[in-house]
Write a protein that binds this ligand. Structure first.
Ligand SMILES: Cc1cc2nc3c(=O)[nH]c(=O)nc-3n(C[C@H](O)[C@H](O)[C@H](O)COP(=O)(O)OP(=O)(O)OC[C@H]3O[C@@H](n4cnc5c(N)ncnc54)[C@H](O)[C@@H]3O)c2cc1C
Length: 350
């Protein structure tokens, strides 16, 4: 059954901003999700899929079209052989419940992705990643309802062109992810720890494997210290996570930056590699500190992390966008770098 409502999207997004959609559909399972989506497409009106609303900035005016909430839940083991397991996860399953399930069932490969809010179905959209792991390392395929063809197809991960916080879905391939197949290793031990800060929290060298539950709890602790887990008692978590991606620039350009600018050479074997920079460092060095707010605004930079923009209570989508524009401009003026927003914008632009 598909419920219809006119609930404001501010109640369904983690930034708590956004007006109502013309129509909000909430199909309860995959069959209804397919039916509601095909029906919406047949009416040729604007639409988008909504998961946990944790990577969205929706305009105060709302959305003049149909929003389809993805609520289908379920995690099934569909194959297991040679120490490997394939989990099939329905799109509306909360991502962190998938990680908790994997850790509980001694399946290794996504433990460092603990605590990322939102739904499994949205995870391929920006190839979620954190603490040295990315979805792309375990994603086999997605069950996809393709708007261009109107067909339900299985897309191998390679067709999604997953990269750093991006995919073909984010770049414009329209449709609804119905489920994901994930390829995990049967082990009580994590994948090798690939992130310095996580290794330090676990007190092990990078490359070490440790019990899955230890990684999960260390990641959750680190994330909580940065306001990066949803917590009703933490005003810094009223955000869309990192608001800007880490910029990737040519090595030649990176040489012109201050020597203490953190940088990661993406292909150490190439004579001139692209280099990833720290957006948080660029923001701080542009004069914007934690907790910064424009005068009279209810939007502020998180008091724990300069990359997260937060709603301090009563902020509008416009307040958030104004703050983002200000940061964008400061970094552009100081370093000549155009930061790219990570969340999807609905009804407004940077
Ligand atoms: C506190 C906090 C911390 C975060 N930390 C991280 C982090 O460490 N790493 C990281 O990568 N991200 C992080 N994020 C961002 C966010 O959690 C992820 O991008 C997440 O995958 C978004 O899922 P969602 O269901 O909330 O998507 P939504 O916000 O509902 O939607 C995001 C986009 O995906 C589309 N979409 C949603 N569901 C589907 C579907 N089934 N099929 C097709 N398209 C769909 C929407 O139309 C929209 O364009 C964080 C966010 C918050 C609030």
């Amino acid at each position: 059954m598909t419920e219809k409502s006119s609930q404001p999207l501010s109640e369904l997004t983690t930034l708590h901003v956004g007006g109502a959609a013309r129509e909000l559909l909430s199909p309860g399972n995959t069959v209804d999700l397919v039916e509601a989506t095909l029906d919406t497409w047949s009416r040729r009106e604007p639409w988008f899929a909504l998961g946990g609303g944790s990577n969205l900035l929706v305009a105060d005016e709302g959305f003049d079209g149909t929003v389809i909430r993805v609520l289908s839940r379920g995690i099934d083991q569909v194959d297991a052989a040679g120490g490997q397991t394939i989990l099939r996860v329905l799109a509306g399953e909360p991502w962190d419940a998938v990680v908790a399930h994997a850790v509980e069932h001694r399946l290794s490969g996504i433990e460092a992705l603990s605590g990322i809010p939102g739904s499994a179905g949205a995870a391929p959209m920006q190839n979620i990643g954190a603490y040295g792991q990315e979805l792309s390392e375990v994603l086999v395929s997605v069950d996809f309802l393709d708007e261009a063809s109107g067909e339900r197809v299985t897309l191998p991960a390679s067709a999604l062109e997953l990269g750093y916080r991006t995919s073909s879905l984010k770049r414009g391939r329209r449709g609804v992810v119905l489920s994901l197949d994930l390829h995990l290793s049967e082990s009580e031990l994590s994948a090798p720890i690939a992130y310095d800060q996580l290794a330090a929290a676990l007190d092990v060298p990078v490359g070490e494997r440790v019990p899955l539950a230890d990684v999960r709890s260390a990641v959750l602790g680190l994330r909580a210290s940065k306001g990066m887990v949803l917590d009703p008692d933490d005003p810094d978590s009223v955000s869309a996570g990192s608001f800007f991606t880490n910029p990737i620039v040519a090595e030649n350009f990176a040489r012109s930056l201050p020597r203490d600018a953190p940088r990661w050479i993406l292909d150490p074997d190439a004579p001139e590699s692209d280099v990833k920079l720290s957006a948080a460092w660029l923001i701080e060095r542009s004069g914007i500190s934690r907790g910064f707010a424009l005068p009279g605004s209810r939007a502020a930079v998180s008091s724990k992390h300069t990359l997260a923009l937060t709603n301090r209570g009563g902020a509008t989508a416009n307040d958030i966008a104004e703050l983002a524009r200000y940061i964008h401009l400061q970094v552009m003026n100081r370093f000549g770098i155009l930061l790219q927003p990570e969340p999807q914008f609905v009804g407004l632009t940077l």
